[in-house]
Structure formats: C-alpha cells, structure tokens
Design a protein around this ligand. Structure first.
Ligand SMILES: NC(=O)c1ccc[n+]([C@@H]2O[C@H](COP(=O)([O-])OP(=O)(O)OC[C@H]3O[C@@H](n4cnc5c(N)ncnc54)[C@H](O)[C@@H]3O)[C@@H](O)[C@H]2O)c1
Ligand SMILES: [Fe+2]
Length: 383
C-alpha cells in the first residue's frame, strides 16, 4: 500500500501572522501580486488588512473581486483575462473557499493555457505545469482550500459544481490568521465551521483513510467540538484561532484521502439552489452519518471518545445513535436548520438531485457502497 501526502511548502499560524506575507513574496523575488478577494470582503474592509501590508512593503498589486459564493466558470474566465493584463507574477488569495478556489483556477490556467475553457479542468486532471505561485489567506474557518489540492467551480451551463483535483494548484504559502476570520457573521461562522466538521468526519471514515490522516481528523474533531460554539456564539478569539487551526488540520487529511456523500449531496444543492456550501453539509451530515453507521461504526467509537462518550459497552446501534445525537446538537446549538424544506429545497427536485449527487467525484470515497436510490432516501429523510 502506498499513501501520498501533499501539503503547502510553508504555512504560518496565529493572530496577526499575515504580516509575514510581504517577506514571503519578496524572498521569492516576485514583483506584482494579482489579489483575488470577493466583493463583500472588500466592502467589509477585510481585504484591506492584507492590501495594506503589500502597500507598506512597496509591492505592486491589482485587485480582482468579481466573485460570488459558489464561484462560476464565468468569473474564472474574467479573472484569467484580468490577470494576464495585469502582468502579475503571483496571486494573493484573501477570502473563503470561493476566493481561494477562483485563485487556484486562475493560477492553473495562467500556466496551462490550453485549459482556458475552464470546464476541461473538471475532475482529476494531470496539468503540465504548477500554477502561478499562490499565497492564500483564508477568512473563513471552513474549506481549508489554502492547503487542499482541490478547487470547486460551478459550471453554470451544466448546473454542476466541478470538483477539480490537481496537486499543481496547492498554494506555495498558507497564512492562517484568526484576525481575518473574526469578522464573520454568525451564520457564516456556523456553517463554515460545520463544513470543517464534515471534512474531519468524512475524511476519517472515507475508504482511503490511513494512520496519518486518522490522526489529523481526530485532532480536528476534538478542536471543533471544544471551540465551535465559543467561536460562533461568543466570538471568543482563542476559539476562532482554534477553529482556523482545525480547518487546516482537517484539510491536511481530507485533501489527501477524499470525502464522501455529504459533500456529493451538498455539491448538488450548491449547483441547483446556490445553497452555501457549509450550510448544505451541516444540514446533511447527521443523516448521512446514520446511513454510514452500518459500515463506519467502529470508527464512531473513536469519534465518540473525542466527543466525551466513554462508555465502551455500547452496542453498534447505540454508538451510532449517541454520536449522531452529539453532532446534531452541536449543529442546533450554532443555529443550523435541520430540514431541507426550511432552506427552500423543492421536493419535486429530489430525484434529480440524487442522480447528480451519485455522479459527484466525492461519491467514490464514501465508506458505504451507495446508489441513486439510497441517496434519494437520505434526501427524503432530510426533507
Ligand atoms: N478547495 C477546497 O478544497 C474546497 C473544499 C470545500 C469547499 N470548497 C468550496 O468553497 C466554497 C465555500 O467557501 P466558504 O464556505 O469558505 O465561503 P465563501 O468563500 O463562499 O464565503 C461565504 C460568504 O462569507 C463572506 N465572508 C467570508 N469571510 C468573511 C469574513 N471574515 N468576514 C465577513 N464575511 C466573510 C464572503 O464574502 C461570502 O459572502 C464553495 O464553493 C465550496 O464548494 C472548496
Ligand atoms: Fe467542504
């Protein structure tokens, strides 16, 4: 058995760590940064916390902010055009998964121009050249896009979230600075935080999991369980910092082993209704955990220990029930809705959604062999 781990060359952690950015750019002899950050972050003054570092260090930059959550092929194409015209030699991504993913797609196309159509990057693609150097500064504690080898772009024509898997897209430097995350509105902090938990749990029970990734995922689950509520409900700075760390640690794991059908099903909701990624995962996670319990229950005992369930005499059915209950309560405590009809999903679409989900790239990693019929049943239960 051969296992592979791909991580950033350099990463920094801790409140205020973004100040290291200029030194990292200069030490690589790079001259101009194409800064990618969504418009809400620009308007909220968060992007400026990074732009001011570039300004003070005399590093030239150009800002691209035409990005929406669940970013699109159109946005990437526009970004590529602007990046070319800007004559930049590196990319600075400031934002959540949406901004970082657009940066990755732009960075890949800049050095692999034969993929300018964007859609040919769907799935696992062996591009020829590493992306332009990307410096990633996440503003959500969620996707871990700063350390993963994936990016997710919505193809509007096919109504599909393309999960693009390519080691060439990994940022050369990741800077996890909790001060950039502190301004998240409560609903964004809750849903992106539950995305981290979904990565940790799906990555822990996925088919390709092994000792090293198990270590990352269990640690991430512990950090999330102890910090998510404080980070969301009390805006406790130490807890926000720990959530930033948890997202990165979970990313070190799942990026290298894959996920499961919570993500497949969430991708369909994102493509069809533009549902925020973390919210879709958060709502679906307990239902899919119940379904996967049948094959993943041995690992649920380990998750249970981390969640404070230390009764090892529990039966298979009991451990599934108790672990799922803890996860569901955590979601409720941070304000996550529990039914799909509450987030405007239409009952008549469930069959189409199940079909799309079954064909998602994450389905292959699910620990339990699944089918369109099984996925439809889970959607119905969650409806
Ligand atoms: N690359 C990967 O490995 C990976 C993994 C999982 C998900 N994703 C993708 O990432 C995207 C979701 O990213 P996300 O969940 O980080 O959210 P996001 O980037 O879509 O941001 C959500 C909203 O929160 C706002 N926001 C972000 N940070 C903020 C802050 N600090 N203060 C105030 N507002 C803030 C943004 O402006 C935006 O309106 C989806 O498209 C998803 O499919 C990528
Ligand atoms: Fe995710």
């Amino acid at each position: 058995m051969i296992n592979r781990i791909i991580l950033n060359g350099t990463s920094y952690f801790g409140s205020g760590s973004r100040t290291i950015l200029s030194e990292e750019i200069k030490s690589r002899n790079l001259k101009k940064a194409f800064v990618v950050s969504d418009i809400n972050l620009v308007n909220a003054g968060i992007t400026d916390k990074v732009l001011s570092i570039l300004k003070n260090a005399g590093i030239e930059y150009e800002l691209f902010s035409d990005i929406k959550p669940n970013p699109t092929v159109t946005s990437v194409k526009e970004g590529v055009q602007k990046c070319k015209l800007s004559n930049s030699d590196c990319i600075v991504a400031v934002g959540g998964g949406s901004s970082i993913d657009v940066s990755k797609a732009i960075g890949i196309i800049m050095t692999n121009p034969e993929h300018v159509d964007v859609v040919s990057l769907d799935g696992a693609v062996n591009t020829k050249n590493p992306a332009m150097p990307i410096f990633a500064l996440p503003t959500t504690a969620g996707t871990a896009a700063e350390v993963t080898i994936n990016y997710v772009i919505t193809d509007e024509e096919r109504v599909k979230k393309m999960v693009c898997v390519d080691p060439h897209d990994i940022p050369v430097v990741a800077i996890i600075d909790a001060e950039l995350m502190a301004g998240m509105p409560k609903n964004v902090a809750a849903s992106t935080g539950m995305d981290v938990l979904t990565h940790a749990i799906e990555g822990y029970i996925t088919k390709a999991a092994w000792e090293m990734t198990d270590m990352f995922h269990l640690k991430a689950i512990e950090l999330i369980y102890n910090n998510l509520e404080k980070a969301v409900n009390d805006k406790d700075m130490e807890a926000i910092n720990n959530m930033g760390l948890a997202q990165y640690i979970a990313g070190m794991g799942f990026s290298n082993v894959g996920l499961g059908i919570v993500h497949s099903m969430a991708h369909s909701l994102g493509a069809v209704y533009d549902t925020p990624h973390g919210l879709a995962n958060a709502l679906l996670l307990p239902y899919v955990m119940e379904y996967n319990g049948e094959v993943a229950y041995k690992k649920y005992y380990q998750i249970g220990k981390v969640l404070g369930i230390d009764n090892l005499d529990l039966t298979k059915e009991e451990i599934i029930e108790k672990v799922v209950e803890k996860i569901r309560n955590l979601a409720i405590n941070v304000g996550i809705p529990q039914k799909l009809h509450e987030i405007n999903v239409k009952e008549e679409d469930l069959e189409m959604l199940a079909e799309k989900s079954f064909n998602d790239v994450c389905t292959g990693g699910n620990p339990r062999e699944t089918s369109v019929k099984d996925i439809l049943e889970i959607y119905k239960k969650a409806f």
